[in-house]
Design a protein around this ligand. Sequence first.
Ligand SMILES: Nc1ncnc2c1ncn2[C@@H]1O[C@H](COP(=O)(O)OP(=O)(O)OP(=O)(O)O)[C@@H](O)[C@H]1O
Ligand SMILES: [Mg+2]
Length: 295
Amino acid sequence: MELRIDNISKRFKDKVAVDNFSVTLNNGVYGLLGKNGAGKTTLMRILADVSTQSEGEIYVDNKSKSSLGANYRELLGYLPQDVGFYKNFTAEKFLYYVAALKGLDKNKAKDKINELLKFVNLESDKKRKIGGFSGGMKQRLGIAQALLNDPKILILDEPTAGLDPNERVRFKNLISDISKDKIIILSTHIVSDIEFIANEILVMKDGMLIEKLTPSKIINKVRGKVYSIKVQEDLLYEIKSKFNISNISREKDKVVVRIVDEDKPYLDGGICTEEEPNLEDVFLYYFNEKVTNKG
Ligand SMILES: Nc1ncnc2c1ncn2[C@@H]1O[C@H](COP(=O)(O)OP(=O)(O)OP(=O)(O)O)[C@@H](O)[C@H]1O
Ligand SMILES: [Mg+2]
């Protein structure tokens, strides 16, 4: 399947939230990466057909979203950034409720709900009220409801928010299990969450798509721009004011500062070495104002 986002823009009065966004996606996992306010949710709401674009069109296998109508929505699964759960519903009841909203046949819904409760590891909690769920449990329930209709296009807005490290691992496995025949788009500003699951990373800034690359290629973009410098603690203040810092660690009486910069940082009394870049560095490179870059 091919999902083509063609020149999508969204304006709220004088605010341009999505700006001429174009990209073509095929089956696979795409990580939409951008800081707060970049326009991720706005774009995803348009993709999920809960909001309309100001300009542009979305095509599935060359058929437009507007001409597909209800057929478009049948292809979709959507996890909103803030799911409106009914606290007094049990997990199971909530899934039956969403299944009814999606127009699923009751018997089919029953099988699917049992399968999904197992899949997201909520089977033993299915009779519990959602009001007593942890953030991670709610998130897994949110993923389950998005999968009820076997969507071919799965849109997950910040699916890893509020998950603890174990739940993150679980989530990653879950996504790779279902990713074979689907287009999955997930947004986040936690880089490490998409590093291992996304086939491609879409970097969004000020409503625009500024990069579309595999994780390893995107890391190569900052190769040669990541350094560590070992200094006395008292130089830390100066370093913080001058450079873009991605990490600080301590070694005996010294501090080791990880810096992302176009040029090799120079500091009197510091030993500077080039480092192997990671996606956290990439995020800083694209989004921190102190780094001079083309993004
Ligand atoms: N209904 C609205 N009315 C006016 N402005 C809006 C509306 N929705 C979003 N915006 C603005 O559009 C921009 C993009 O917001 P959006 O929620 O899409 O960003 P985001 O990338 O999802 O951010 P976050 O990481 O915080 O979820 C922001 O400046 C936001 O204030
Ligand atoms: Mg958002």
